[in-house]
Every structure is written in structure tokens, then in C-alpha cells.
Design a protein around this ligand. Structure first.
Ligand code: FAD
Ligand code: DLZ
Ligand code: SF4
Length: 508
């Protein structure tokens, strides 16, 4: 009996569990570009183009290997517009009665597949290092789910950077060495840029026609769209940038979008690169004495630590995770997130590079746009939908814990023991943004004061009851308490004035 094998746009991996469970001689692979997936948030055009182009190339690869692939293009006549609709249509067409799937990375689709009229077997996504059961076992009975402890278990499990049962060089974490501020210049020209071939060009024309009002620039389009190209980017990065990755991991620069970052999250998350294999290649650079331990450990921790941990949290916490709003924030996301004018140089730079590339690095996401949204009290669900839309690596399983948890503290501290908030001083220390900003980072009050300086205190005071007993935040409150009353009054009044202008739609 014929079965359908569903392959989603972020499941472009030859060893996918659903493909392993199918029979290339009998079964039919279903892949579909559908309106529902392309519009559940207004995805960045580069993200849509990347996924469609990579899907088309992956479908061709499967065909070359002997699979029958029922591929639906977005503008095909008969396209039902949803994954479930396409499964039903293809089941009728091929007389299939069963569907094999790999568990999607979003509750919405998991539920839709569970509710389908046809029987669907959802196989575990074995591209991750920790299974749901392993994460649940690790989490069980713990008071706090701190990533660092989970990460150590995964180091032991994979043997990465291990010397027997001890971490190499005697330490698990070298983050202390990874906080250098912005250098004068960067000795790396960024990710490999691929000229669109005929397949990519056809997709670009389609995306241009159908998604012309979405936020972000489609062209120039330079992403890798198959596994070979993605590996070339990884090799280029290991060769030219990895040795510097650790040092400048947290730095931000006006004229540098990519610094020494790997720019492989699009590719890993879509399935073009295998996370463990990526880590093994990076570990090899350390074993060959090519890259220092702080760079290599820092990078491997992002993948086997943070990436796996975020997925664990998403599935542990369940479908309501994205709606959490422990701090009760309800301000609308301001137009500056969609490219409207702002005088805040750090926000303007982060948003404009996001519009250009569907990419911003971790610290820009966390300490510029995320920090601002949290301090200003923006509705976390709107923040979540923005991140899900604008970044080419954003799928709910990884985006939501990063945004709802790490960045907005809307989950009440499951991901972060304290909120990631800072005044302008942090941004000034880690970037060259403040030098060319209309605001003055040294000013703590007044019309020219950096808004981060005002909003930082406003946030801490608004949430004093919740945070003043947090041992990691006591210093902040002690600093506030030592300030003169007239200074405190000025900070809070100026913060309110600034927020009022934001609410009135002024280009603040
Ligand atoms: P590098 O800086 O070179 O890091 C290497 C790799 O580590 C990344 O490719 C990624 O696979 C992994 N990684 C690093 N940090 C994280 C993390 N916190 N969570 C998961 N993986 C991580 N990452 C996504 O993949 N998708 C998202 O939707 C996403 N949303 C984010 C939202 C916020 C508010 C924040 C603070 C972070 C978010 N991240 C997300 C994590 C991180 O910003 C990106 O993984 C990283 O910027 C991708 O760029 P890179 O490949 O150059 O990464
Ligand atoms: C993100 C995305 C987009 C834009 N389009 C499609 C699509 O047309 N077809 C498809 O199979 N997948 C797409 N995706 C990826 C899915 O949204 C993703 O599989 C789920 O969000 C689960 O992670
Ligand atoms: Fe951002 Fe404030 Fe610096 Fe301006 S002064 S770039 S708003 S941190």
C-alpha cells in the first residue's frame, strides 16, 4: 500500500526520520509551497525565497535518488494552500492511506497533523541531539532549568571537547574570554555569497510577485540553497573567522553586519547542515591547533547547548508558551521595528540590517531590539511574531524560547534567571553605535538622554516587587536607592515623556 512521506520546508535532510521510514520504490514524498506556511506571519521575502528554493533543490535530489516526489509550487493550479490540504489531495491522487511525517517544529502543525482525517505517524526528529524524553528526564525535579547544566550533559553524551570524563583544558565554559568590545576593523568579509541559479531566479520572481509588500529586501539574494553550498559557507567560516569568533562574539559595529559570526543558522535549521557534524568540524579545528579553545567551546556551546536547550524548553512548556506574559506588558510594537524613522542609532542599524539580510546577530537581537522591547513594555506576543517573521532562521521551536523566554522574560524566568536588561552603557561598551547617535549615551536625564538609560530605571522601578529580591539584581536596586530623590524623579518623568512621544507615533 502506498504511503505519503511528508517533508516540510525545514526538514531538508536526506536522513530525515520520515524518509527513513518510507520506501522509495513504493511511497510518494509530498512537498508543498503553501500560502498558510508562507503567511502565518509576514515572513521576510529572503526567508520565503530561501525555503522555497532549498525545497525545490532538495525535491530534485530525492528524485535523483529514485523517490517519486509530488511537489506543489505556490502558484500551481489546484494548490489547496495548506500542508494538510495538500496531503489529502495527494492521498486521493495516489490512493495512499497512511502518512509518514517527522514531527514538525511547531505545535500548530503537530496539532493539524494529529487532527487529519488520515492516519499520520509523526516520527521523532532525530536531527536533534537530545530527544524530548531526554530533556524531560533532565528537567524533572530541578528547581531551575539552567542551560549550563544541560550543556555539560550533552558534552558528556557527544564526547565533544572531552578528555575522558573531564572537559578539555579543565573548564566547561570559556565565556569569560568572549566579551571583547567592537574592534577597529574586521579581518573577514562575511558569509559566502551565491549567485542565484535558474531555480533560485524562478523563486525570486515568484516571491517578488506574491510577497512584494512584506518587510525586507529580497535582492540581492545570496543565501546557500543546498547542502553543498551550505558546507562551503561553513568551511569558509572555519578557515577565516572561527579563530576570532569567541573574542568578538558580543561586539556590534555600524559598518559590519556579520563580524565573525558563522551565518549558518538558516542552513542548520532548514536541515542543510547537521548540527553535530558542524560541531565535529569545529572541534577538529581545535584539535589541529587552528582555533583557540574560547572560540571553539563558545561556538559548540551555542549549538549543543543553547540550540538544543531552547528546543527542549519549547516542547516541555507546551503550546501556550507563546502566549505567556508574566510581566503584563501591553504596549504595541512601534513602527520603528518595521523600518520607520528613529533617532536611536542602535535600533535603526539593527532593524535596517534585518530588513536587508533577514539576519542580525545574537547580541543585536538580545541587547538592542529585545532589550528595548522589554524595557518599553511591549506586548511579548507582538515581539514574538516580529522575530518569527523577520529572521530567516526563525521557526517557533527556537524563536519562541529565545524571545518569550530569554529576551522578554515573559515566561517568568524559566529560561533566564534574571531579565536581560541594560542601560545604554552596555551598548556603548560593546559597539560603535553611540558615537553616531542623536542621543547622548552619557546623559541620564533630559531631552538628549539615551532612551535606554531612562527606560532601564523605569522598568526596574515598575517591576520592583518582582525583582528586588532577585540576588542577581540587588545591586541595581541599591544603585537606584542611593540616587538623590530629585534625580530619581527626573529619570521617571523623562522616561514617561519619552514613552508618551513613542505612543503618539513620533520618530523618537
Ligand atoms: P553564531 O553566532 O555564529 O552562533 C552559532 C550557532 O549557534 C547559530 O548558527 C545557531 O545555530 C546557534 N545558536 C546560537 N545562539 C543560539 C540560541 N540562543 N538559540 C538557538 N541557537 C543558537 N536563533 C535561531 O536559530 N532562530 C531564531 O529564531 C532565533 N531567534 C532569536 C531571538 C532572540 C531574541 C535572540 C536573543 C536570539 C535568537 N536566536 C535565534 C539565536 C541567535 O541569535 C541566532 O542563532 C544567531 O544569531 C544565528 O546567527 P549565526 O548563525 O551567525 O550564529
Ligand atoms: C517557514 C516556511 C515557509 C515560509 N513556507 C513553507 C512552505 O511553503 N512549505 C513548507 O513545507 N514549509 C514552509 N515553511 C516551514 C514551516 O513553516 C515549518 O516546517 C513549520 O513552521 C515547523 O517548523
Ligand atoms: Fe542606542 Fe542610546 Fe547608544 Fe543611541 S546612545 S546608539 S540609543 S544606546
Amino acid at each position: 500500500m502506498v504511503k505519503l512521506v511528508l517533508v516540510l520546508g525545514d526538514q531538508l535532510t536526506p536522513t530525515l526520520s520520515a524518509l527513513d521510514a518510507g520506501d522509495p520504490d513504493k511511497d510518494v514524498v509530498v512537498m508543498a509551497e503553501v500560502a498558510d506556511e508562507a503567511s502565518y506571519v509576514p515572513h521576510h521575502p529572503k526567508k520565503i525565497a530561501f525555503i522555497f528554493a532549498a525545497m525545490r533543490k532538495f525535491a530534485q535530489k530525492l528524485q535523483d535518488k529514485g523517490w517519486t516526489v509530488a511537489y506543489t509550487k505556490l502558484d500551481d493550479a489546484g494548490n489547496t494552500g495548506s500542508i494538510t490540504g495538500e496531503l489529502i489531495r495527494r492521498a486521493e491522487e495516489h490512493g495512499a492511506t497512511d502518512i509518514l511525517a517527522t514531527e514538525p517544529g511547531e505545535w500548530r502543525l503537530i496539532t493539524a497533523l494529529n487532527e487529519l482525517a488520515l492516519p499520520v505517524t509523526q516520527h521523532p526528529d532525530t536531527r536533534f541531539i537530545a530527544s524530548h524524553a531526554e530533556f524531560e528526564t533532565w528537567a524533572e525535579g530541578r528547581k531551575e532549568l539552567r542551560m549550563e547544566w544541560f550543556y555539560r550533559d550533552i558534552r558528556r553524551k557527544t564526547g565533544l571537547l572531552m578528555d575522558g570524563d573531564k572537559p578539555v583544558e579543565g573548564k566547561w565554559n570559556f565565556d569569560h574570554d568572549n566579551r571583547k568590545s567592537a574592534p577597529k576593523s574586521i579581518n573577514y568579509t562575511g558569509p559566502m555569497q551565491f549567485t542565484p541559479d535558474d531555480t533560485v531566479e524562478e523563486v525570486l520572481t515568484l516571491v517578488e510577485t506574491k510577497f512584494d509588500t512584506n518587510f525586507g529586501a529580497l535582492r540581492p539574494f545570496w543565501f546557500a540553497t543546498d547542502a553543498g553550498q551550505a558546507q562551503r559557507q561553513l568551511t569558509r567560516w572555519i578557515t577565516y573567522a572561527l579563530p576570532h569568533f569567541g573574542d568578538f562574539q558580543d561586539a556590534m559595529m555600524n559598518e559590519e553586519k556579520f563580524l565573525y559570526h558563522s551565518i549558518i543558522s538558516f542552513y542548520i535549521n532548514a536541515g542543510l547542515l547537521d548540527p553535530l557534524e558542524v560541531c565535529r568540524q569545529v572541534e577538529q579545528a581545535y584539535l589541529d591547533n587552528y582555533a583557540p579553545i574560547n572560540a571553539v567551546e563558545g561556538f559548540i556551546r551555542q549549538i549543543i547547548g543553547w540550540r538544543e536547550y531552547m528546543r527542549g524548553i519549547y516542547f516541555l512548556e507546551g503550546p501556550d508558551y507563546t502566549t505567556r506574559n508574566v510581566l503584563g506588558h501591553d504596549r504595541d510594537l512601534p513602527a520603528m521595528f518595521w523600518g520607520a524613522d528613529t533617532k536611536m542609532n542602535c535600533v535603526a542599524k539593527t532593524v535596517s540590517q534585518t530588513a536587508d539580510e533577514a539576519y542580525a546577530h545574537h547580541i543585536q537581537r538580545l541587547m538592542v531590539t529585545g532589550n528595548f522591547a522589554l524595557l518599553a513594555g511591549i506586548d511579548p506576543q507582538q515581539v514574538h511574531e516580529w522575530y518569527l517573521a523577520v529572521y530567516a532562521d526563525a521557526y517557533e521551536w527556537v524563536e519562541a524560547p529565545n524571545v518569550i523566554g530569554m529576551s522578554q522574560w515573559a515566561d517568568g524566568g524559566i529560561v533566564g534567571s534574571k531579565p536581560y536588561v541594560s542601560s545604554g552603557a552596555y551598548i556603548d561598551r560593546m559597539s560603535d553605535y553611540c558615537k553616531s547617535c542623536a542621543y547622548k549615551v552619557k546623559n541620564k536625564t533630559g531631552a538628549e538622554a539615551c532612551p535606554f538609560n531612562l527606560l532601564y530605571w523605569d522598568f526596574l522601578i515598575r517591576h520592583r516587587d518582582r525583582f528586588s529580591n532577585n540576588p542577581r539584581m540587588g545591586n541595581m536596586y541599591r544603585t537606584w536607592d542611593r540616587m538623590k530623590d530629585d534625580r530619581k524623579d527626573a529619570v521617571i518623568a523623562d522616561a514617561q515623556k519619552w514613552l508618551d512621544r513613542l505612543d503618539q507615533g513620533e520618530a523618537v
